[in-house]
Design a protein around this ligand. Structure first.
Ligand SMILES: NC(=O)c1ccc[n+]([C@@H]2O[C@H](COP(=O)([O-])OP(=O)(O)OC[C@H]3O[C@@H](n4cnc5c(N)ncnc54)[C@H](OP(=O)(O)O)[C@@H]3O)[C@@H](O)[C@H]2O)c1
Length: 264
């Protein structure tokens, strides 16, 4: 029997990360999830009781070098080798250049950009040991087209360049590095980060966004998880340095095409 491969997912306690964890468990991976708060881990257990015993949920902060070093020690002792790293943990802040505070700017870049840098750098010896590892960075369409938050868009654009740089840098170690750039996906990110004022306002925001998606739907976390599983697998052994949108077509939105008559 083939030995199970080990993967670390940052932010595996919620939304897209939790869906990735579930999908990879079903595909036979040993899954470790790293996130900050015990509350969100317990919420994850309520949402996915099937994963409580199957995912190794640990706490720590991707933007804190001392905590990342602790994670490295834990993984070294328990697993010794890492075949996959999914840099998924992320936060959302509001603001244009005139309204974003320096604290929010730094907070966003620390978690969304410095986090993946710290994790990849610290865990590199364990990734090299796999002799064929895959790193997937969860970016956003906001990296490719300015969104509503300057801090968020810039952090994700930086992440995409980290992907491209590392693909060249780490290719000789047989480590592949790719970005997955989701469009709008239903998760906890907007409410948990208080960028929207409650469930009703959130549903209204989704309703407003939906017509911009050529496929007529916003995303589900599993839509992203399946692409991540592919990029982690040997099926993707010649894919590296790619920035891959999974977005229901929102990046090719073209409001000059006349709308279609109402579909059944
Ligand atoms: N949902 C969307 O529409 C969408 C669209 C494009 C891209 N994305 C990207 O997809 C990724 C996942 O987002 P999501 O929508 O699933 O968000 P989510 O439901 O809010 O989940 C975010 C996860 O990241 C963890 N996290 C946040 N800061 C962390 C830190 N400093 N260290 C460790 N863990 C941390 C959170 O747990 P703790 O708070 O307990 O740490 C949580 O588990 C993010 O990178 C996001 O930017 C989302």
């Amino acid at each position: 029997m083939k030995k199970a491969k080990n993967v670390l997912i940052t932010g595996g306690s919620s939304g897209i990360g939790l869906a990735i964890a579930g999908d990879l468990v079903n595909k036979g991976w040993n899954v470790v999830s790293l996130s900050r708060s015990q509350e969100k881990i317990e919420r994850a257990w309520r949402e996915r009781p099937d994963l409580k015993e199957k995912v190794d949920f640990i706490t720590g902060d991707v933007s804190d070098l001392a905590k990342v070093n602790k994670v490295n020690t834990y993984l070294e002792e328990k697993y010794g080798v890492l075949h996959g790293l999914v840099n998924n943990a992320g936060v959302l802040t509001k603001g244009t250049i005139e309204t974003i505070s320096l604290d929010d700017w730094k907070f966003t870049l620390d978690i969304n950009l410095t986090g993946p840098y710290l994790l990849t750098k610290t865990l590199l010896p364990m990734l090299r040991r796999a002799k064929g590892a895959s790193v997937v960075n969860i970016s956003s369409v906001a990296a490719l087209k300015p969104g509503t938050s300057v801090g968020y868009s810039v952090s994700k654009a930086g992440l995409d360049m980290l992907t491209r740089f590392l693909a060249g840098d780490l290719g000789p170690y047989k480590i592949r590095v790719n970005s997955v750039n989701p469009g709008l996906v239903r998760t906890h990110i907007h409410l948990d980060n208080k960028v929207i004022a409650g469930q009703e306002a959130y549903e209204a925001m989704l309703d407003k966004a939906r017509p911009r998606y050529p496929l007529g739907e916003i995303g589900e976390p599993d839509d992203i998880a399946r692409m991540v599983a592919f990029l982690l697998s040997d099926e993707a052994k010649w894919v590296t340095g790619s920035i891959i949108t999974v977005d229901g077509g929102v990046m090719v939105e073209n409001d000059l095409i006349p709308p279609k008559p109402q579909q059944e």
